[in-house]
Design a protein around this ligand. Sequence first.
Ligand SMILES: NC(=O)c1ccc[n+]([C@@H]2O[C@H](COP(=O)([O-])OP(=O)(O)OC[C@H]3O[C@@H](n4cnc5c(N)ncnc54)[C@H](OP(=O)(O)O)[C@@H]3O)[C@@H](O)[C@H]2O)c1
Length: 257
Amino acid sequence: MASVLVTGPAGTLGSALIPKLVARGHDVRVLAHATAVDCLPPVQVVSGDVREGTGLLEAVAGVDAVIHAATSPFRRAKATEVEGTRQALLAADSVNAHFIYPSIVGVDQLSGTYYEAKWAAEQIVQTTKRWTIQRGTQFHPMLDRMLSHYLFPTTSRMAFQPLDVGEFADQLIALVEEAPAGRAEDFGGPELLPLREIVAARKAATKKHTVLVRLPPVGPLRALDAGRQLCPDHAHGQITWQQWLESIVALSGEPEG
Ligand SMILES: NC(=O)c1ccc[n+]([C@@H]2O[C@H](COP(=O)([O-])OP(=O)(O)OC[C@H]3O[C@@H](n4cnc5c(N)ncnc54)[C@H](OP(=O)(O)O)[C@@H]3O)[C@@H](O)[C@H]2O)c1
């Protein structure tokens, strides 16, 4: 059993991690930020901000591992990823904790503020002593959110490898239970799906429609068209996009119009 700090507990990944860590018998502490987290004891809640570095020293006291799931892809992305990771890492180092950094497949080759910030943060993580970087492909809810825009750019070959966040959380917990591994092997969803099939399945299940706008594979689209966000040799996930869509439709009662 380990004592584990999770940053970003209100997020997609953080909220999947907490019940699983508790179920595995780990002592869990979380660094809560703006969103209130509804964690019952034995989970300990410390308030703080990774960008500002507040709360971190209290939060890491006595922990064996830190899973750094705090992030802010759409607002102050670079500062949160780079400075926030630096601050969390300093705190983890001060107690010799294993720092586990969830990242995204292809961040070193994809363009865009968020990917570039994650690549910079990965390089900071690698300067420390006890670290593991675990890259994953896009979580189902993230793809769903991306496609909530009515128009979405695509290229002739653009594809994704949707991943279940619970399966990624299980993988991170397995890392907690092992020695620091450095760059772990990528972890991807079970299937590579052309974006048009992802959109068609979502429309069939939920009635939500996205219009794909075909563009040439130039600029930031070039790397996505070339599949840098994919890891076909590491398709370890089991839960498919179709299964996830069916699960959210079942939860909501009936397809939304
Ligand atoms: N989403 C994906 O498809 C995907 C795929 C592979 C890897 N990953 C990686 O997995 C990690 C978690 O992603 P996610 O999708 O779970 O993100 P998310 O849903 O956006 O959650 C981010 C969390 O970080 C917290 N946070 C934001 N700014 C903060 C700050 N300054 N100080 C402390 N906490 C702060 C947020 O709390 P508040 O709401 O309270 O601000 C929230 O709880 C990220 O490193 C991401 O790159 C994501």
